[in-house]
Design a protein. Structure first.
Length: 110
């Protein structure tokens, strides 16, 4: 299942966010270690420029999002600790979005 999160980026923090995402790309082996621990199979992050400032759009695919969130919250991996710290610095409140369409395949189709 895919889950999206949209968060406003704090003023003046876009470069910090971009540098951290570049760091995650360089440390992909560590990121994949977190995937294995959390049950995540894919994630993407987009930066959307708006009149009110940038918005981070984060997409994650996992079989069990509640489990993935719990494992991340309780993780002792250094990359997860760094990630929590940096995201607390750079992200503000959630960006409002209205879900206007959703359709799922029949169970077992994917």
């Amino acid at each position: 299942m895919i889950k999206l999160a949209m968060r406003k980026v704090r003023p003046g923090q876009e470069d910090h966010l971009r540098k951290w995402r570049a760091e995650l790309n360089r440390r992909s082996a560590e990121v994949r270690e977190t995937f294995a621990q959390e049950g995540v199979c894919h994630e993407q992050a987009y930066l959307l420029k708006t009149a009110d400032g940038p918005v981070l759009i984060y997409a994650m695919e996992a079989a069990d999002h509640a489990r993935a969130s719990s494992m991340f919250r309780n993780s002792t991996l250094s990359i997860d600790r760094e990630h929590k710290h940096i995201m607390a610095q750079v992200l503000a409140e959630s960006a409002d979005a209205e879900l206007i369409y959703e359709c799922k395949a029949e169970p077992g189709a994917c």
